[in-house]
Design a protein around this ligand. Structure first.
Ligand code: 1BN
Ligand code: ZN
Length: 346
């Protein structure tokens, strides 16, 4: 009980800390100048390299894997591969590879940002490219990492924080979505991270790698016209409202295209299964950035380049770039989103 109270108190103070920040009438200057640092050519280039059929085990999958690794390395991030084999329906034994780009790899705590890079297998459609699912989220993650990494080193951190850019493999079911036929990569990585225990610098506190994740922001189904991203978890509500606030501020500053607000200050208790499940089960706080209702092209051949809505992609990209940078900027040792979700239904 005492522990629960402490956690609740810490979460509440962080909530206030972020809310104090987000209630600022204007974005601070550092955020506004970061909003202007666009590299849309890179965003389009990254997407063009990922937007090919990339079913696990295929030549396209290997090409995308190589591209992600070489990009992350070129930004100066430390790249770790989590490679393993598992049996899957239809395909039998498959090799899966999670790719993790690390900023400040020896930090004590991490902001984790994730998406999946495999595309879904359709027996009747070998050309399926999964644009919103999830080539666009992968391209956004690369673009954010490329732009903010050189600027992060200029921040005088109040605490020892790193960033994990996680590209999960094998999110999609090969046959029918079930607990076993889905999220192959994230199940493996969550288990591995929970089994690796290390001592914290300075305090010598023993902690698993998974408990060092302060929040896992999972990006999925991004890039369709009129997308809406709601808040799914009460314990990360402050972070979701930071996104809402950044978007409104950028709109006021005329830094966004069009008038479609994508981040809705509304709560949904409809759990959407995805790569976060194995982390959630281990109490990792989650920010699930998936558009609901699902865009109409979800798991259809029309989930391709022709149906992407670029203003929405660029706007999401900019809001999320600022969110990532601000998280590091305002972060201090009191950050703790780990309190139990009430009324959990997963
Ligand atoms: C998201 C994108 N998902 C698969 N591709 C997860 C999911 C699976 C969501 C089944 C709803 C139902
Ligand atoms: Zn999918």
């Amino acid at each position: 009980m005492a522990i629960a109270k402490t956690n609740l108190f810490l979460s509440f103070s962080l909530f206030l800390a972020f809310n104090n920040f987000v209630t600022l009438a204007k974005l601070p200057d550092y955020a506004l100048s970061l909003a202007k640092l666009n590299d849309d050519n890179h965003l389009e280039y990254a997407l063009s390299k990922i937007l090919i059929p990339r079913v696990v085990g295929s030549s396209g999958h290997r090409k995308v894997q190589d591209f992600l690794i070489s990009e992350l390395e070129s930004y100066g991030l430390t790249v770790e591969l989590d490679r393993f084999s598992e049996r899957a329906p239809i395909f039998g034994n498959l090799t899966f590879t999670n790719i993790i780009g690390k900023y400040n790899p020896n930090a004590d705590e991490f902001l984790a940002i994730a998406c999946h890079y495999d595309s879904k297998y359709f027996p009747n459609n070998p050309n399926f490219v999964g644009a919103i699912d999830s080539a666009v989220p992968c391209a956004i993650m690369l673009n954010v990492a490329k732009i903010i990494t050189p600027h992060l080193s200029k921040i005088k951190q109040k605490s020892n924080l790193g960033i994990l850019y996680i590209f999960f493999d094998g999110e999609e079911a090969f046959k029918d979505w079930s607990n076993k036929d889905s999220v192959y990569g994230s199940r493996h990585l969550a288990k591995k991270m929970s089994e690796k225990v290390t001592a914290t610098q300075g305090t010598n506190e023993i902690k698993s790698d998974i408990d060092r994740i302060e929040v896992l922001a999972l990006l999925d189904l991004i890039g369709a016209r009129n997308s809406k991203f709601r808040n799914f978890f009460p314990n990360t509500e402050a972070l979701h409202s930071l996104l809402v606030n950044i978007e409104r501020n950028l709109f006021d500053e005329k830094q966004l295209e069009g008038k479609n607000f994508q981040f809705l200050a509304s709560y949904s208790d409809n759990f959407v299964d995805d790569d976060h499940r194995p982390f959630l089960r281990r109490d990792v706080p989650i920010l699930h950035l998936i558009s609901t209702p699902f865009p109409k092209q979800w798991h259809k051949p029309s989930d391709n380049a022709a149906n992407l809505h670029w203003p929405s992609i660029r706007n999401f990209n900019k809001v999320f770039r600022l969110f990532t940078y601000i998280f590091v900027f305002v972060h201090d040792e009191n950050v703790n989103f780990r309190f139990k979700n009430l009324n959990a239904n997963w």
